[in-house]
Write a protein that binds this ligand. Sequence first.
Ligand code: FAD
Length: 469
Amino acid sequence: MAKEYDVVILGGGTGGYVAAIRASQLGLKTAIVEKNKLGGTCLHAGCIPTKALLRSAEVYVQSKKAIDFGVEVNDVSVNFERVQQRKSIVVDQLYKGVQHLMKKGQIDVYNGFGRILGPSIFSPMPGTISVEMNDGTENEMLVPKNVILATGSRPRHLEGLKVDGEKIFTSDEFLTIEKLPKSVIIIGGGVIGVEWASMLVDFDVEVTILELGDRLLPTEDEAISAEMLKSLKKRGVNIHVNVQLDPSTIDAQDHVTVQLNDEKISAEALLLSIGRVANTENIGIENTEIEIKNGFISVNDNFQTKESHIYAIGDVIGGMQLAHVASHEGIHAVEHIAGGNPAQIHYANIARGVYSNPEVASTGLTEQQAKNNGYKTIAKTFPFKAIGKAIVYGETEGFVKVIADEESNDIVGVHLIGPHATDLISEAALGLFLNASSWEVGQMVHLHPSLSEIIGEAALAIEGKAIHF
Ligand code: FAD
């Protein structure tokens, strides 16, 4: 029998489940359809498990340095089975939390694969969702007033290279390895590639990165890319940029070997991290007027597709493929469905992070982007080595770079590389959100000793008034 809802959400990842919670708070009768596990990529194959592994690598590195702090720790080694167990415990705890939130919000969860039907006996409009249930019971028919597509994305593969989960991996398979390989070639020096490279080298794995572009982290400010290159190289990572890879030269018979011009690079495993593809197939798009552009579902500012009662959010619409972006898009879509007038999301001000060692985080424009946008820029950097708490912590690598508009002194971009960058960036993101000037940020009294003093100092540097450097 068909069941009626105000909203049905297809996909229970970060975007989908957060949208469901807000819908239930707004009194909408809500269902969510998830073919796998609630929490999606971020919880099961992305943000959370990778950060749990990175944290273990960090603890290992810190333990080896313990003597510098006067703490004697003998025979430090990695028990990778325990590392993986801890990762699973962290994920399970959060997974239980999401399941609890669905119950609390009285959100109906259908475990199965959902597809959009065209006009049918259930509704004259496209949007009825047919759910092929995982437990083999009869298909459920959900008849919603509104639909939110939040089907996310999956790793991009390289044509001609078979991902076998034994020697050739994407991040998905690599997260479940039982034993660390001795050596890994990583194809792709973007966020995911750099996080894995940093973690693996900290676990004593020999790492080679092959990057197509002319620098690591190509969407970050050039100064940040250069510092990351320096840091990874110092720790022994082999890095090749401007690599035009021919997949047919990759041999995975015994070891994995890759032919690079005259050089042959070999490793026990190869990790592909060359971007993500939106999940738009087999979900019934062809039964609607919904448009797909460059592989992503097209939406307007309120996340409506060409079918105004069908919305799409998160990785499936492209743009910034980040969990916090997906969840905010979901909240916006639901508030619009409920008749509200939600504020537009300003993507330029959203913070983004790389959880490597050292961490990277940024908000706003890079110096180059600011110049391209016509700003007359003033940019200043301030190093962590001049910050008291960084010295106390023994974490003095890196800097902050603040970019302001020379005419108004408004801050247009902040870029951090160094300890706790992914936490420090929120002050800068709030500054951009509130249109703060360097004077305002410099006038704000920062707690001492704290790493956050670096933001205040860099803002003062723009004014020519930095104190400690
Ligand atoms: P997803 O989380 O992909 O969820 C989509 C869900 O839809 C999935 O659960 C899927 O099973 C389900 N689904 C798909 N089709 C159907 C169907 N037809 N029927 C039913 N269910 C369906 N982002 C950050 O912000 N910070 C990070 O640190 C970070 N680290 C990352 C690390 C890695 C290795 C990866 C791969 C990603 C990382 N991301 C990070 C990105 C983040 O995971 C995604 O941006 C986020 O998960 C997108 O959320 P979503 O809801 O759009 O899609």
